[in-house]
Ligand binder design. Structure first.
Ligand code: ADP
Ligand code: MG
Length: 727
């Protein structure tokens, strides 16, 4: 088993496109629970020798550093700022661990709790005092250390505020209050950072799905090999009940694969020779051999995880608002706190009363809940959606999704299955139907259009030999041209016919009235034949559109198609659509989308992402369906639905508006508490313990509220319920 394996090994050195070139460090930071922690950490690390550039993304917990700095120096700086670096080497535990800050929080809590029975049992004051002070020291040192880093970085973060408050409380002899501030703050931030870390890991967990080893076939011998060592082109055996280790194409055999890890769709997909299969998906019953098409680092799963991580790192518009607010709010309230502590005693006020009120205000100056309210929602919403096969490309796309007023859909491949079939051939000038089909197929053989593929497939199925063709040109939205057997032929719809000054025959109209797309074959202005192609509407199209209409925000649904009006009308009738625009060229779709946006507000466009890329870009939110196998579709869209399932469209829209709602709730609750406490603290209605409890309580509340977005609701449940007879 351990005999040396002679494999054409992949380069052990990182490939040129590897994400981490020399001199760039990428570290995962744990324990960050507020946006300003990222700033403090950035400023601390910037001073390390050899650091040229540093960027810390709070929402993903990733720090990237450029420059020749040593790893040890970076780790030390991270510790100085009060955080930990997570070990991401393969095999390292990914479960929550007790980091230094968590341990000190637990210790401080225990000491403070021990002080209660000690006091009740009538132990000397000394003992009680000793316990509270020990608790302050133990729980407070990481906070104080982080505060020092914050001050050095000239950054007034919450650690600075809490440290000042605790020191101030000690100074006026309020040890118990000081201990409570420290312990409650430590508990609150620890819980928050655990929650944030959990939300950040939701997508990394996806990556763990792909096995670390694959069974590589060499001749007739099988070898277990680390996936990192398996080169593109290798043959890999996949057994029943096994997760697929690498992306590939089925080379031999047949099976059903559960692709829910990627697409969120639990219905197994049949795989036969030539089908694409993806790393991380689960092979159910059959056994097959796949030919590897991408190395482990570049699998679809890895790319999705990377895209999601990048998306989680982008700022949502609301977050920018909140950050701007916090940047002004904190210094103003800190000044107010100083004024409260200093000014009234100058005019005869009792110093300890006013210092105490100033300390309470200092705690209220912490924008903790506010700054976490949006990022925790964005990270959870994007992570939760990704686990359902809905890739949202960033905070902006997420909010836009929640604001959509109009949904526009492409016809072919979106509302229909996108697999048109040839139903009829009407020979005109070319009297032999098979020869007409052969000529049309010759023109279309190089086209990617679904109609073209259907014509080529029909010719192949009938065993009609397809002649060679040259000088192929495709004109999007019209058709295609090529030279076949020295004849210059064109294939296309009514628009193409009109442009060649050919008469659209009555046969074509009759086909269209039956809902078939009429494709004509012509030579100059002479029509040779008409083909009728039918594409079935998706079985769930009508139900999915009904769900879209039931959503709160969406007031208008419209189909945009390049096909003729008769075909559009027939399909609209079948799926229950009232509005559509037909015979649109790709550019016309952009104009139509802009006009709808002017009239109603933000527009979402759903398409296959390949020939609709410009329209997807023009819409406020471009949604590409069935993106699992297509890089172009994933790139072009703001939202990529990995599954080829129309039901995901209402799911995604609903998820977006729920995310927007939760962000607004979070902002409102945290702003409202701040306003109330800022008003009450100088009047003496707020004890510093209450201020900390309110701060931490609201922070935890908004965090918990944001984490709800980790679960994306899907309509599939409703559908099952509806299908239950009598339910
Ligand atoms: P849709 O909006 O349905 O995706 P397209 O913009 O792709 O439509 O195409 C619009 C129309 O142009 C089609 O209905 C067809 O009549 C014609 N057409 C475009 N490309 C081709 C082709 N390669 N072969 C035949 N007809 C084509
Ligand atoms: Mg199209």
């Amino acid at each position: 088993m351990n005999a040396p394996v002679e494999l054409p090994m992949a380069q052990p050195a990182p490939a040129p496109s590897s994400p981490a070139p020399v001199g760039v460090h990428r570290l995962r930071i744990e324990g960050m629970d507020c946006g300003s922690c990222a700033t403090t950490l950035e400023r601390t690390v910037r001073d390390v020798d050899g650091v040229e550039r540093v960027a810390v993304t709070f929402s993903t917990g990733v720090m990237t550093v450029d420059g020749p700095a040593s790893d040890e120096a970076l780790r030390a700086a991270v510790r100085r700022a009060g955080f930990t670096v997570r070990d991401t080497s393969p095999g390292a535990s990914t479960g929550p661990r007790l980091n230094a800050r968590t341990r000190s929080t637990l210790g401080a809590t225990a000491l403070l709790l021990a002080a209660i029975p000690t006091a009740v049992l009538g132990a000397p004051d000394r003992a009680v005092e000793g316990l509270t002070i020990a608790s302050i020291l133990l729980g407070g040192w990481p906070i104080a250390r982080a505060a020092v880093a914050g001050i050095r970085a000239r950054h007034l973060d919450m650690n600075v505020l809490m440290t000042l408050a605790a020191v101030g409380a000690l100074a006026i002899g309020e040890h118990v209050e000081a201990a409570l501030v420290v312990v409650l703050f430590a508990i609150g931030t620890t819980l928050e950072s655990l929650a944030m870390d959990r939300s950040r890991r939701s997508v990394e967990a996806l990556l763990d799905l792909a096995p670390l080893q694959a069974t590589v076939l060499l001749g007739s011998a099988e070898h277990r090999v680390d996936v990192g060592q398996v080169p593109v082109g290798a043959l890999v055996v996949v057994r029943p009940g096994e997760r697929i280790a690498l992306d590939g194409v089925v080379h031999e055999g047949e099976s059903a694969v559960d692709e829910s890890a990627l697409t969120g769709e639990a219905v197994p997909v049949t795989k036969t020779v030539g089908s694409e299969v993806f790393a991380g998906t689960f092979n159910e019953v059959g056994s097959f051999v796949l030919r590897v098409t991408a190395d482990a680092e570049h699998s679809t799963l890895a790319r999705i995880a990377q895209l999601v991580a990048d998306a989680q790192g982008t700022q949502a518009p609301s977050e920018r608002f909140v950050d701007r607010f916090a940047r002004r709010y904190t210094p103003i309230v800190v000044l107010a706190a100083a004024a409260t502590a200093v000014l009234p005693p100058l005019f005869g006020g009792d110093p300890s009363t006013w210092v105490y009120r100033g300390l309470a205000l200092l705690i209220v100056a912490c924008p903790c809940a506010l700054v976490i309210s949006v990022p925790v929602s964005v990270v959870s919403a994007i992570g939760g959606a990704a686990r359902r096969g809905v890739l949202i490309k960033g905070g902006q796309a997420l909010e836009d999704l929640g604001r959509v007023r109009v949904l526009t859909l492409d016809k072919t491949g979106t509302l229909t299955e996108g697999r048109p079939e040839l139903r009829a051939i009407e020979p005109l000038d070319e009297t032999d139907p098979d020869h007409a089909l052969a000529l049309a197929a010759a023109v279309e053989r190089r086209s990617e259009h679904p109609l073209a593929r259907a014509i080529v497939r029909a010719a192949e199925d009938r065993g009609v030999p397809i002649p060679e063709s040259t000088a192929f040109t495709a004109s999007p939205g019209r058709g295609a041209r090529a030279t076949v057997e020295t004849r210059e032929l064109w294939v296309g719809g009514p628009r193409q016919a009109r442009e060649h000054e050919a008469q659209v025959p009555p046969d074509a109209r009759a086909m269209q009235d039956e809902g078939q797309t009429a494709v004509m074959l012509g030579e100059g202005s002479r029509l040779l034949a008409v083909f009728g192609l039918a594409d079935r509407p998706r079985s769930n199209a009508a139900a999915a559109l009904t769900r879209v209409r039931e959503l709160d925000g969406v007031e208008h649904v419209e189909m945009l198609t390049g096909d003729s009006d008769r075909v559009a009308a027939a399909l609209a009738g079948e799926v229950g659509l009232r509005t559509w625009q037909s015979e649109l060229l790709p550019g016309d779709k952009l104009t139509a989308i802009r006009a709808l946006a002017d009239e109603h507000g933000p527009v979402a466009m759903v398409g296959d992402g390949i020939n609709d890329a410009p329209a997807l870009t023009a819409a406020s939110v471009g949604i590409a369906m069935g993106a699992a196998g297509s890089d172009i579709a994933i790139e072009a869209a703001d939202v990529a639905l990995m599954a080829d399932d129309l039901d995901r469209v209402p799911d995604a829209l609903a998820h977006g508006s729920r995310a927007l709602r939760i962000m607004r709730q979070n902002i409102a609750v945290s702003l409202a508490t701040k306003i109330v406490f800022v008003a009450l603290a100088p009047l003496g209605y707020v004890s510093i313990v209450v201020a900390v409890i309110a701060d931490m309580g609201v922070s935890l509340l908004v965090t918990a509220n944001g984490l709800r977005l980790l679960r994306m609701r899907t309509g599939a449940g409703d559908r099952e319920a509806r299908e239950q007879p009598g339910a």
